[in-house]
Design a protein around this ligand. Structure first.
Ligand SMILES: Cc1cc2nc3c(=O)[nH]c(=O)nc-3n(C[C@H](O)[C@H](O)[C@H](O)COP(=O)(O)OP(=O)(O)OC[C@H]3O[C@@H](n4cnc5c(N)ncnc54)[C@H](O)[C@@H]3O)c2cc1C
Ligand code: SF4
Length: 486
């Protein structure tokens, strides 16, 4: 155990964020670089090394949290990264982006502030990169088997890294021009700088994983060709079919899906554009959807110089404390103030959009809404609460409805979909087509990075067993595992 009295003597201390007026002037991560290092060991020392560490259960990867907390407390950073990498291929992604279900499940959280597990995690991996502690792990011998991975998001990357290290020859196909999936094109730079993806890809290349960008499986190369050329195929193509808002005026110029808007801002940071082709500069911006994608639109619009940003949500405002029906150790629905919310904008709850109206050139000008209440199982408009707000750019961030099958990949492979529009799989991540596996959002539906990595690792174990008859790779989850909720 790190410090037997740590949880009694040390209070919770979070990472310091840069001042709002400073960070709004750039796109860098919002945290003060290395602000945590002097305090992180003490924070790790708050861990009680519980007999039953519920944090393990909260984390889909089964991260060995008390073990690396203990090592971080003792300043054994080399030992800590060895334990962290034992269960997580990419702690620099989860340490920055995960909503940390492990912290919701931390035993200390029953009556005190939980251990700041995520901050310890990101410090361990950042220190490891800085100290040269992240080296390529080249397989000792090759199996002679080949695997194609379709999609280079966290699920595809995790599967590819595990299978390469197991000795298989792995090619990752990505239709976009750069590797990373939603980590690259979706999640804004201010939440995670893309240099973290680039150096991980360099490590993977040095291990032997091959990457092919700008290749869409389904059109540039057919599903059948892929199946014929490779001994196994892993579909990790994500679930980016966005939910739409079929109301009058939806067709007006300036109404966009969040995923039409956010990647363009990412591309500016990559140096592809000087200014984003869809920009919030000087505009009244409305973000429809109160979740994390909406918050990403908010932070992006503020950095682009929006005149105002309003985020609309149909659900009522959640409470600040755990609701009674979501007790510890579940992940509760509480009121969240993300870094983007700290920076500005308004949040409006319990409203529904009725229609948009525009000018004679077809540009959106106003959004019309009505307040709603949840009655008899549905949202019902409250009479007399109709109003309009200025809207020159509207982004729709209302979630996703399944995997993107428009490109024909799934059809060409002959893979079946489940009732929710995701690629169906059995208990071993196998589709109905021999040798074709599915992992990440493509099989689970839009989820979290930590689940995508856990799925990629587990699917890799199944593929390794398929190719060689047995496997030594870990499989942290089953396809049916779900977050801890009641
Ligand atoms: C805006 C936004 C913000 C988010 N923020 C967070 C966050 O802060 N924390 C968190 O935990 N989760 C977040 N998520 C969710 C998280 O990003 C996803 O759950 C995760 O990326 C899923 O990983 P994946 O590998 O399954 O798919 P993806 O990351 O979607 O990657 C799939 C890849 O497959 C490629 N592809 C698709 N079809 C083909 C084809 N036919 N041929 C070749 N390539 C193809 C796509 O181009 C894409 O690159 C966010 C999601 C969005 C949309
Ligand atoms: S539940 Fe919390 S206190 Fe217990 S081992 Fe995990 S991180 Fe430490």
């Amino acid at each position: 155990m790190a410090d037997p009295k740590g949880f009694l003597t040390t209070g919770k201390q979070l990472a310091e964020r840069r001042p709002v007026d400073v960070r709004l002037r750039d796109w860098n991560e919002v945290y003060v670089e290395r602000s945590l290092l002097p305090i992180i060991s003490k924070q790790a020392g708050r861990c009680m090394d519980c007999g039953i560490p519920f944090c393990h259960n909260g984390c889909p990867l089964g991260n060995l949290i008390p073990e690396w907390n203990d090592l971080a407390f003792r300043d054994d950073w080399a030992g800590a990264i060895e334990r962290l990498h034992a269960t997580n291929n990419f702690p620099e992604f989860t340490g920055r982006l995960c909503p940390a279900p492990c912290e919701s499940a931390c035993v200390l959280g029953i009556n005190q502030d939980a251990v700041t597990i995520k901050n310890v995690e990101v410090t361990i991996i950042d220190k490891a990169w800085d100290n040269g502690g992240v080296r390529p792990q080249v397989p000792e011998r090759l199996s002679g088997k080949t695997v194609a991975v379709v999609g280079s998001g966290p699920a595809g990357l995790a599967a590819a890294q595990q299978l390469t290290r197991a000795g298989h020859t792995v090619v990752v196909y990505e239709r976009a021009d750069r590797i990373g999936g939603l980590l690259r094109y979706g999640i804004p730079e201010f939440k995670m700088e893309k240099r973290h993806i680039n150096r991980r890809i360099e490590q993977m290349r040095a291990e032997g994983t091959r990457f092919r960008t700008g290749v869409e499986i389904g059109s540039d190369l057919t599903g059948q060709q892929l199946r014929e050329r490779f001994d196994a195929v892993v579909v990790a193509a994500g679930a980016t079919t966005a939910r739409d808002l079929p109301v009058p005026g939806r067709e007006l110029k300036g109404v966009h899906q969040a995923m039409e808007y956010l990647p363009l801002a990412n591309k500016v940071q990559e140096g592809d554009f000087v200014e984003a082709p869809i920009s919030a500069k000087g505009k009244h911006v409305i973000v429809i959807g109160g979740g994390d994608t909406g918050a990403d639109c908010l932070g992006t619009a503020l950095r682009q110089g929006a005149a105002s940003v309003t985020q609309l949500e149909i659900m009522p405002r959640p409470g600040e404390e755990r609701p009674g029906h979501q007790p510890w150790p579940t992940m509760p629905m509480t009121y969240k103030v993300t870094s983007a919310h700290e920076e500005g904008g308004d949040r409006v709850y319990s409203v529904n959009t009725t229609h948009f109206s525009g000018d004679e050139d077809g540009n959106v000008q106003e959004l019309h809404l009505v307040e709603v209440e949840f009655k008899d199982g549905r949202f019902t408009p409250v009479p007399g609460t109709e109003r309009s707000i200025p809207a020159q750019l509207v982004t729709l961030a209302m979630g996703f409805t399944g995997t993107d099958v428009r490109n024909g990949l799934v059809e060409q492979l002959g893979a079946e979909l489940d009732a929710r529009g995701n690629v169906a799989r059995d208990s071993k991540f196998a589709t109905n087509v021999d040798g074709v596996y599915v992992c990440g959002d493509a099989g689970r539906g839009q989820s979290l990075i930590v689940w995508a990595i856990a799925e990629g690792r587990s699917a890799a174990a199944a593929v390794d067993a398929y190719l060689g008859g047995k496997t030594a790779l870990p499989a942290p989850i089953r396809p049916t595992d779900r977050p801890l909720v009641v």
